[in-house]
Design a binder for this molecule. Structure first.
Ligand code: PMP
Ligand code: GLU
Length: 388
């Protein structure tokens, strides 16, 4: 007898998480690893956020809350979405989940049946296809081009559509490419979606991490029609360095929010209660620590860009957001898994092979680590590329 369900048997574990923990283990074992793999801020969670959760624990906030999260938190999120993202959501159109990964999963489960197609611009964040597969729906990859900054165009979206398309996933700022979509680009994609009533899962987890002249625009802010089709996903992990707290959220029309609430009521119930108090503090307090983090990321981003542009046999685009570079290694003639494995075993530099993001001619590095580690990692990458 097959113990494992057919939809689950072929899923692969998350490569981003497994390589990151492999690199952590090597470091604990005393190996001098430069970890450029982790998609996780290296800053600590701000102290006032920790204090709010500690106070909540001391005050006995240790019981269930509403499945969708504390009303005060959802009211804070509605205010945030209105003021920062120019989208009007009522608190009962918002569901707080156990991390934005959970938010994406719930949204896909709530909306996609077996046989539905979900268009995923490639390169993509590693978990999207497996979430779609896990509910029996079908991921349809739309290849994007490096010369278009790896962004899907409205025309490419249109070409990927079939009678079975239910949803498209747009992630801006993007993991792994760092691309940020402009308002015009989002509007053009939104219009194509609206013409066929296709849902848009808009993953905006990196919204705060944008650099230079780039601005983050929320898909649902573009028009009422696009808002009706959009499921806005965001969370606390990246903006507030709260990856371990597991707090994300979904905002969508009530019909979809209610379906997500129902799924969550039978799976995780509410996200951890005292963590939600930390999230309220994150939303309502001074946001200047975010500016400091962004400034530091930007210094690293510019340093990495300068270095990568001088290394033989590789190329990249200038990422305008998130904290990643997707590096094109095609000229080396080595495929991504082989490249990353050799880089780790010979030079002790941890990176993520692009195959995890649907592109075997790239590797991803993260600059969510200190400048000295980045510098040493790039010295080693340069030496490796010189020999290949
Ligand atoms: N979306 C993207 C694009 C991500 O890179 C991540 C990374 N963790 C997530 C969602 C999920 O974040 P979390 O579950 O930590 O909120
Ligand atoms: N999203 C981060 C990454 O891409 C963290 C790991 C994960 O959740 O996949 O590396």
């Amino acid at each position: 007898m097959d113990f494992i369900a057919e939809t689950i048997a072929d899923l692969s574990p998350s490569l981003t998480l497994s390589i990151t923990s492999q690199a952590k283990q090597m470091r604990e074992d005393g190996i001098d690893v430069c970890g450029l793999a982790a998609g996780e801020p290296d800053f600590d969670t701000p102290q006032h956020i920790k204090n709010a959760a500690i106070d909540a624990l001391q005050d006995g906030e240790t019981k269930y809350t509403a499945v969708a999260g504390l009303k005060a938190l959802r009211m804070g999120l509605a205010k945030k979405l209105k003021e920062e993202n120019q989208i009007n959501y009522e608190p009962d159109e918002i569901v707080v989940n156990c991390g934005a990964k959970h938010s994406c999963f719930n949204a896909i489960m709530a909306c996609c049946d077996a046989g539905d197609e979900v268009i995923i611009p490639s390169p993509y964040w590693t978990s999207y296809p497996e979430m779609v597969n896990a509910v029996g729906a079908k991921p349809v990859f739309a290849e994007t081009k490096q010369e278009n900054n790896w962004k899907i165009t409205a025309e490419e979206f249109d070409n990927a559509m079939t009678g079975s398309t239910k949803m498209i996933i747009i992630n801006s700022p993007n993991n792994p490419t760092g691309a940020v979509y402009t308002r015009e680009e989002l509007a053009a994609i939104g219009e194509v979606a609206a013409s066929e009533d296709i849902l848009i899962l808009s993953d905006e987890i990196y919204e705060k991490l944008v650099y230079g002249e780039s601005k983050h625009v929320s898909m649902a802010s573009i028009s009422d029609e696009i808002r009706r089709l959009t499921i806005t996903i965001n969370g606390f992990s990246k903006a507030y360095s709260m990856t371990g707290w597991r707090l994300g959220y979904t905002a969508a029309i009530k019909e979809i929010a209610d379906a997500i609430d129902t799924i969550q009521s039978h799976s995780t119930s509410n996200p951890t209660t005292f963590a939600q108090f930390g999230a309220i503090a994150a939303l309502t307090s001074d946001q200047s620590e975010i500016d400091d983090m962004v400034e530091e990321y930007n210094i690293r981003r510019q340093y990495v860009l300068g270095r990568l542009n001088t290394i033989a046999n590789i190329s990249t685009i200038e990422p305008e957001g998130a904290f990643y570079f997707l590096i094109n290694i095609e000229k080396t003639g080595i495929k991504s898994v082989n490249f990353s494995e050799k880089l780790l075993s010979r030079m002790q530099v941890a990176t993520i092979p692009g195959v995890a993001f649907g592109n075997d001619q790239t590797i991803r590095i993260s600059y969510a680590t200190s400048l000295p580690i980045i510098k040493e990692g790039l010295d080693r990458l340069e030496e490796f590329c010189r020999a290949h």
